[in-house]
Design a protein. Structure first.
Length: 322
């Protein structure tokens, strides 16, 4: 019996979340006195997983799985869990994982706890701490089923390196035509930018920037910080920025280590989607903007004056500490 972890990759390269869930799974395995097995689908270098506590990798190589397919991926993970006799399955809180886990839970007759932010408080009974009410509170959930699925919130646990090694086995699950009843015809990705889902720092802009022509300073600040760019819902609705950058309750959730909001007033839907971020900074010329009540740090000032000076100081700091 091992703890099974689903490790996501993009273009064959593991995402940061893959290493985080592997680190988390290793700690659970230590608590249970067992090992960690990772299921890897069409990844490149599986040996990377050993650095984060994985003892065995089940490597799937299948061209039909080159694009995410919810039913097929859920079936692959289910067969891996059955082969390994896994009683605990750990996944990330990515959009793909949240999409496939309900189906996987049905396949395994498993209980599922989403938005988990810490190691189990107990393993018998199995209880975990989760966020609730759009990250404004926590609850303690007991999973009573024989098989348990844990969905770890992004950036909740961090990366924990391990000095072990991992064996790799080819895994060839039995997939039927029914698994591919829905097919992906094309995938569009912004390959030149940091993904919002994986970013540790996010720089976001709102209507206070007055127009798409002023977005250069947002992109420059993000470039200096190695951050992803994002926007509020009104900005994407007006077509200033693509909908893929819209963050908030009705857009993409953000759980970054640092979230910088520039010219964003802070509507309740926006704040609900970014509350999981560890440090929130707001730059706005309206001292009554709702975002100031939720922010850890705030600057009352004109973004067109503050941001260029911030970029200048950051560049100066980087050059002096290179």
């Amino acid at each position: 019996m091992s703890v099974l972890v689903y490790t996501e990759n993009e273009g064959g390269k593991f995402k940061k979340t893959a290493f985080e869930v592997a680190s988390y799974a290793k700690e659970i395995a230590n608590m249970l006195g067992t090992t960690v097995t990772a299921i890897s689908i069409n990844a490149g270098d599986n040996s990377e997983l050993a650095t984060y506590g994985v003892d065995k990798v089940l490597a799937v190589k299948n061209d039909k799985l080159s694009a995410f397919n919810v039913k097929a991926y859920a079936d692959v993970i289910k067969q891996a869990a059955e082969q390994e006799g896994a009683k605990v399955v750990v996944v990330s809180s990515s959009a793909d994982s949240k999409f496939l886990v309900p189906l996987l839970a049905v396949y395994l007759n498993a209980g599922y706890a989403s938005n988990v932010v810490a190691l189990p408080e107990n393993v018998s009974p199995f209880t975990v701490k989760r966020t609730a009410f759009t990250n404004k509170a926590f609850n303690i959930t007991e999973i009573t089923t024989d098989i348990k699925i844990v969905g770890l919130s992004n950036n909740a646990f961090g990366l924990k390196e391990d000095s072990g090694s991992a064996t790799t086995e080819a895994f060839e699950p039995s997939l039927s035509e029914a698994d591919f009843a829905v097919q992906v015809k094309a995938v569009d990705r912004a390959t030149d930018k940091v993904s919002i889902a994986d970013a540790e720092i996010v720089v976001s802009g709102g209507r206070g920037l007055k127009g798409p022509e002023n977005w250069g300073m947002i992109e420059e600040l993000a470039s200096v910080l190695g951050a992803a760019t994002a926007c509020s819902k009104p900005v994407s609705d007006m077509g200033w920025r693509p909908h893929s950058e819209h963050v908030g309750q009705t857009g993409k959730p953000v759980a970054s280590n640092l979230y910088i909001a520039i010219g964003v007033s802070g509507a309740i839907q926006h704040l609900a989607g970014i509350n999981a971020s560890k440090v929130k900074v707001v730059i706005n010329n309206d001292p009554e903007a709702p975002f100031f009540k939720a922010a850890d740090y705030g600057v009352v000032g004109d973004a067109f004056e503050v941001v260029p000076k911030l970029i200048e100081k950051l560049k100066e700091f980087k050059s002096n500490n290179a």
